[in-house]
Write a protein that binds this ligand. Structure first.
Ligand code: ATP
Ligand code: MG
Length: 432
């Protein structure tokens, strides 16, 4: 069994006997010298066999190996200034755990490029590439850091249903499913459920779950299955009460990624700049003015275009908030300003030219919520299960949602959101 990962082998361990296990990355047969590059989760290491000193059985095995086979190598650590890591393994035994067939569906060494479709069709093999694996190690760190941050802050983790009877918000399209004798839908957001738990008295909740959106557009930043990281919190004075949690957690997870994923960032050629708290805050109107001053006119009451998002990112360093949105642009539950209800207490977090998160202080007054539904041409009757939770004691509250894939895209700098999902679901892809 494996005693070490490749990354744990260093020059000063010369002479130690170790057992490594992993995939055959490359084989180079130079006649008297045979080089085998072994790849495991943590990296690559050279295994060197010499025809005059290595056991003939080992030499025979190397001769029969195919690329990407899984092997176990036992041998001595030997410093060698010409080896890529200045150290190599001199093998005393090699066992073939699983022989790979040929030809391979994909090149793993990075020498032959493949298009994204071919890569996604062979994802198990695509992820063997260190630069691809790095994206997923960083995503894992992001999700762990998110959880850590809110566990430390004493939030309760809840699990809303993914199968629902009716649209949670209007707006985006839902996927209909056949549910016994009736039709049901896949959840587009845990929104209504996390709000109901504010009435339940949980005060602070967090959720990580997939949501499903039947948006038919095909862009490099939209998916049809998304992993969201949400919070909802009660007894806030205004939207700042949850906005500060958002900048806090983004700061924390950037810090964790830069500290714990230094190798992965290096592999990707990325540097993470840790933004200072507080992040810059602009109102929607200020953002429009800033854009207009820089030659991009967006009519009041329209959402920002991808070009506008990009422009703002050029003009403002690091993550920033856009607050005080036109009420008509935001979901029905966003709380309008009392003194100027044309605007509401919703916000977006933008980073690297993308919307990473949306949130708001919510309407917590039952009658105001019913009015807001009607103004959006939604039927209060369809929201009865939700409205009920506002009739028997509902504290002021707010929350937000981060898309895990957008956050990963922003940090890793990949150019397509599909790179941040093992098995992306888009308009044309439901397999594998
Ligand atoms: P956009 O305007 O960019 O389409 P949205 O405003 O419809 O997004 P929200 O409902 O605010 O999305 O969802 C919260 C977060 O979830 C977004 O800020 C984003 O990070 C992520 N997200 C939402 N929809 C998608 C999607 N289709 N693909 C990938 N991520 C998404
Ligand atoms: Mg949004």
């Amino acid at each position: 069994m494996r005693t070490h990962y490749s990354s744990e082998i260093s020059e000063d361990a010369g002479g130690t006997q170790v057992t490594l296990a992993g995939w055959v990355h490359e084989i180079r047969d130079m006649g008297k010298l045979k080089f085998l590059i072994l790849r495991d989760r943590e990296g690559l290491i050279q295994v060197t066999a010499k025809s005059d000193t290595t056991d003939p059985a080992v030499l025979k095995t190397i001769g029969e190996l195919t690329k990407e086979s899984v092997i176990e190598v036992t041998g001595k650590v030997s410093p060698n200034s010409r080896a890529p890591k200045k150290v190599e393994i001199v093998p005393t035994s090699i066992s073939v755990v699983s022989l790979s067939r040929t030809p391979l569906p994909l090149d793993v060494t990075g020498k032959v490029d493949a298009d994204l479709d071919t890569r996604l069709n062979n994802r198990f093999m695509d992820v063997r590439k260190p630069a691809v694996a790095a994206v997923f190690k960083i995503r894992s760190k992001i999700q762990q850091a998110f959880r850590e941050f809110f566990v430390q802050k004493d939030f309760i983790e809840i699990n809303p249903p993914s199968i629902i009877a009716a649209a949670s918000e209007g707006g985006t399209e839902l996927f209909a499913i056949s549910y016994f004798e009736r039709e049901a839908f896949l959840c587009q957001s845990p929104q209504l459920y996390k709000q109901m738990m504010m009435s339940a008295g949980f005060d602070k909740v967090f959720i990580t779950m997939p949501v499903f959106r039947a948006e038919s557009h095909n862009t490099t930043r939209h998916l049809n299955e998304i992993f969201q990281m949400d919070i909802e919190k009660s007894f806030i004075a205004d939207e700042e009460g949850v906005l500060q949690d958002l900048e806090g957690v983004v700061h924390y997870l950037l810090l964790k990624v830069s500290e714990d994923c230094a190798e992965e960032l290096k592999t990707l050629g990325r540097e993470v700049k840790i933004p200072a708290i507080p992040f810059r805050r602009l109102t929607y109107d200020e953002a429009l003015q800033l854009l207009e001053k820089n030659g991009l006119k967006i009519p009041w009451g329209s959402d920002f275009t991808p070009e506008a998002d990009k422009k703002l990112a050029e003009l403002i360093d690091g993550p920033f908030f856009i607050k005080r949105w036109p009420t008509k642009l935001r979901a029905f539950y966003s709380k309008p300003f009392d003194e100027d209800p044309k605007y509401c207490r919703a916000f977006d977090l933008c980073y690297m030219g993308m919307e990473i998160s949306s949130g708001a202080q919510r309407i917590h007054d039952h009658d105001e919520l019913v009015e807001s539904l009607k103004r959006k041409n939604l039927k209060p009757d369809n929201f009865e299960f939700y409205l009920k939770a506002f009739r028997y004691g509902m504290p002021p509250h707010g929350g937000w949602s981060i898309g895990a894939e957008r956050m990963t895209e922003a940090i890793t700098g990949v150019s397509n959101i599909r790179e941040c999902v093992l098995y992306p679901r888009d308009r044309t892809r439901v397999e594998p």
